[in-house]
Design a protein around this ligand. Sequence first.
Ligand SMILES: *[C@@H]1O[C@H](CO)[C@@H](O)[C@H](O)[C@H]1NC(C)=O
Ligand SMILES: *[C@@H]1O[C@H](CO)[C@@H](O)[C@H](O)[C@H]1NC(C)=O
Ligand SMILES: *[C@@H]1O[C@H](CO)[C@@H](O)[C@H](O)[C@H]1NC(C)=O
Ligand SMILES: *[C@@H]1O[C@H](CO)[C@@H](O)[C@H](O)[C@H]1NC(C)=O
Ligand SMILES: *[C@@H]1O[C@H](CO)[C@@H](O)[C@H](O)[C@H]1NC(C)=O
Ligand SMILES: *[C@@H]1O[C@H](CO)[C@@H](O)[C@H](O)[C@H]1NC(C)=O
Ligand SMILES: *[C@@H]1O[C@H](CO)[C@@H](O)[C@H](O)[C@H]1NC(C)=O
Ligand SMILES: *[C@@H]1O[C@H](CO)[C@@H](O)[C@H](O)[C@H]1NC(C)=O
Ligand SMILES: *[C@@H]1O[C@H](CO)[C@@H](O)[C@H](O)[C@H]1NC(C)=O
Ligand SMILES: *[C@@H]1O[C@H](CO)[C@@H](O)[C@H](O)[C@H]1NC(C)=O
Ligand SMILES: *[C@@H]1O[C@H](CO)[C@@H](O)[C@H](O)[C@H]1NC(C)=O
Ligand SMILES: CC(=O)N[C@H]1CO[C@H](CO)[C@@H](O)[C@@H]1O
Length: 833
Amino acid sequence: MSFSCLFFLYLSPFFFTASSSTIPLGSSISPSSPTQRSWPSSNSTFSLSFLPSPSSNSFLAAIAYAGQVPIWTAGAVDSAGSLRLLSNGSLRLITGSGAVLWDSGTAGRGVSSASLEDSGELRLLGNGSSVLWSSFDHPTDTVVPGQNFTARGALRSGLYSFSLQRSGNLTLTWNDSIVYWTQGLNSSFDANLTSPSLGLQPIGILNLFDPSLSNGVIMAYSSDYAEGSDILRFLKLDADGNLRIYSSSRGSETITARWSAVLDQCEVFGYCGNMGICSYNDTNPICGCPSENFEPIDSNDRRQGCKRKREIEDCPGSAAMLQLDHAEFLTYQPELSSQVFFVGISACRLNCLVSPSCVASTSLSDGTGLCYLKTTEFVSGYQSAALPGTSYVKVCGPVSPNPSPFADNAGNGEGWRLHAWVVVVVIVATVLVLIALEGSLWWWCCRNSPKFGGLSAQYALLEYASAAPVQFSYKELQRSTKGFKDKLGAGGFGAVYKGVLANRMVVAVKQLEGIEQGEKQFRMEVATISSTHHLNLVRLIGFCSEGRHRLLVYEFMKNGSLDNFLFATEEQSGKMLSWEYRFNVALGTARGITYLHEECRDCIVHCDIKPENILLDENYNAKVSDFGLAKLINPKDHRYRTLTSVRGTRGYLAPEWLANLPITSKSDVYSYGMVLLEIVSGRRNFDVSADTNRKKFSIWAYEEFEKGNVEGIVDEKLVNQDVDMEQITRAIQVSFWCIQEQPSQRPMMGKVVQMLEGITDIERPPAPKASTEGSIGGTSINMSSNISAFSTTAVSAPAPSSSSSLQTAGVSPLASGRNLEKQSLSLLQSDMK
Ligand SMILES: *[C@@H]1O[C@H](CO)[C@@H](O)[C@H](O)[C@H]1NC(C)=O
Ligand SMILES: *[C@@H]1O[C@H](CO)[C@@H](O)[C@H](O)[C@H]1NC(C)=O
Ligand SMILES: *[C@@H]1O[C@H](CO)[C@@H](O)[C@H](O)[C@H]1NC(C)=O
Ligand SMILES: *[C@@H]1O[C@H](CO)[C@@H](O)[C@H](O)[C@H]1NC(C)=O
Ligand SMILES: *[C@@H]1O[C@H](CO)[C@@H](O)[C@H](O)[C@H]1NC(C)=O
Ligand SMILES: *[C@@H]1O[C@H](CO)[C@@H](O)[C@H](O)[C@H]1NC(C)=O
Ligand SMILES: *[C@@H]1O[C@H](CO)[C@@H](O)[C@H](O)[C@H]1NC(C)=O
Ligand SMILES: *[C@@H]1O[C@H](CO)[C@@H](O)[C@H](O)[C@H]1NC(C)=O
Ligand SMILES: *[C@@H]1O[C@H](CO)[C@@H](O)[C@H](O)[C@H]1NC(C)=O
Ligand SMILES: *[C@@H]1O[C@H](CO)[C@@H](O)[C@H](O)[C@H]1NC(C)=O
Ligand SMILES: *[C@@H]1O[C@H](CO)[C@@H](O)[C@H](O)[C@H]1NC(C)=O
Ligand SMILES: CC(=O)N[C@H]1CO[C@H](CO)[C@@H](O)[C@@H]1O
């Protein structure tokens, strides 16, 4: 190649001719000495001297180029300190109080003098010209031309180090553990190296040498290579963790970076300290904290990182996940396999929230579908508009986000806010103009069109029984619900309104809240839900996805939800279900859930079985609603949280939500068990009263069952009726099996149906150990209610140890996580672009 000739020419100045000034034994220099402050090299290019430190009144004992650029340092001392070449041959740096800061370790080895070469090398010499110690063999943070950097040495700066591997790779490492940059020989050099060494040529080319490589292999060029004259170039590991080649012309005061190993400074691990978030202002990397839940450790030095204002352990309420868009927590090998998951974004967030050891998580949207859970003490963050990922940090709630992405950069916050305002105004104006244009165009061309009137007839002609869901326009739904007037209720996912379609069909229109999924993904999800047909599942008729509006149109259930019948007050005695109907509802519900779990194509874990979600048609047939919605939730929406009826959900939540355990179909079985008990008793499972000895009803009920007092459990309203006690006893036993604390003890839903029908014999249920559930501390309960609000169908097991109980559950944790999440993965990723 064309450069080889050039190398040959330049290789010769690599080996400097020795010309030096000799330093005799017994000499010393001191920053305060009037006469002896430095030892210069013979032509004064370098000197061993004390450089005043600008920030503190200490002095750096260093070999300096042109009297100002340190290339090797021994340490910093006060003005009374000194550097001494002792008579027994050791070179020492001593503080004013006499403490030894650094020692060359050459005492008694026959050192006769020291010398500083014009190359910048400090040598301790024996008699003759033998070199007993050289500063080039003990580099600190810099390598200069003529210095031979081998695999034995390392450059260090704070927690960062740079070293040369035996393989020939150059690596940058944080805290001797995380390699955040590596560069090796290209793969065509398929040879093992024997003794690799690195040299910087005076013209600014970094070479790797080895006996097995005929020529030096170029690892990097400084951008000004082979230019100018009398320029010192040096390789330095800076305090910011980046490795750079600098140029400094003699006589000029400045040094200029001509090459950086890590192009993106924010990719240097730990640049902003623990919990620090690196980002860029127009020019520089800047460090901030994830949110107002954090404070800087040192407000004068943002690189020190951040700490929580309130640690998770001391959190009186519940932990929450702070969301950071376009942010990643840096991830470098070796990443423990137990911290990398193939799950979607909401599971990535949830898995971290429920895992006590997890502090933060990153969900990549680069197509890999990977989620990284950070369980280590130290996490290093990077936020930039270009980053394809969303991160979560566990904080002690409530979450208080930073006012603006750059508000940490004090003083500039105002500017950014102003900037944001201008952007918002421009966008709004543009949208308004577009709407006006489109509106007038539409009015102009469609006003007399016969097609317009026929638009609503379009779906009237469709046969609703067909599998494909009908798409409605927002306007149509607005019209059919008379402007969303007749509210049927407010469920966990938004309000439900009664409506009448153009073909006189009565429907329930659910206005979803907190869902900002992309159009395409939302349609896919709708397709999945509407393809799930069963007699005991509420049927989805159609949907609307227009701008921000996301609505689902369901068949209307004349008799409303089960809770109205079970927990009706005295006055509403008309709303009473006979045991026959109740048993039918219990069985129908069980069949519907069985279908979701075991029979339909893509298994669905409901996650929110409760009487409010069991609807009754005019014949009092049970239909399960809200299935498949859990994965539509956008965790960003805080309104959603407050809308969720915590009271209604808490009692139905399986204990594994509280512990760090995976959620499987067995969690639905638990919720169903609680509902079944309520169907029999007409009382909320978590009710506590004098009647129940101040115990939770479900606990009290088992005690009564043990005593043989089955009648005591049964709803008083059924007392005067002709009831099938055998059927009731069966139902009670099934419910106790379902609410077993251990998921593996609970039957599969299909088995539940058989037990209720009397096809399978029922063993006497053991105590559900529900007492544990009742005694879990306030923190967990609150936390669990929040989890239920964000319930998702996929939470995979963070620890392999928990898999034993899952084998019996019929679904392996990762497999279930994958299957369920696969459909929603794309959907949930849409808000990360
Ligand atoms: C060298 O001399 C210093 C000062 O006299 C003394 O403290 C040190 O112990 C000596 N080292 C050896 C190895 O004798
Ligand atoms: C000092 O000596 C070095 C090495 O021989 C040489 O490269 C440099 O040009 C010299 N500097 C001056 C000012 O003579
Ligand atoms: C100097 O070196 C010579 C031979 O290399 C050796 O004989 C002599 O003992 C050495 N002197 C001292 C003081 O080490
Ligand atoms: C650097 O040092 C190693 C080991 O001491 C040696 O094998 C190699 O030849 C030296 N390289 C240069 C360029 O001096
Ligand atoms: C660096 O590593 C050591 C030991 O591996 C560990 O004790 C220390 O906490 C680490 N430092 C930081 C800042 O994490
Ligand atoms: C050496 O560096 C190359 C990149 O240049 C990298 O692909 C390779 O994995 C590294 N090898 C080792 C052992 O770190
Ligand atoms: C590796 O380096 C050799 C020699 O420098 C060069 O010819 C070859 O193209 C390089 N291969 C790759 C894949 O870059
Ligand atoms: C390099 O060394 C490794 C382990 O010693 C050996 O397995 C490998 O074959 C060697 N590669 C070459 C190209 O010699
Ligand atoms: C960016 O940050 C650096 C360092 O904090 C500061 O000196 C510079 O003025 C900032 N630039 C802008 C445009 O805010
Ligand atoms: C339930 O539906 C039936 C049939 O439509 C109706 O007669 C009955 O009044 C409804 N019951 C309630 C409580 O709404
Ligand atoms: C958490 O629950 C406990 C008891 O269940 C309650 O006293 C406390 O107020 C709750 N905290 C929050 C934030 O809801
Ligand atoms: C962080 C968070 O959302 N916490 C909420 C958990 O739920 C309770 C109610 O049980 C809310 O009060 C918290 O704000």
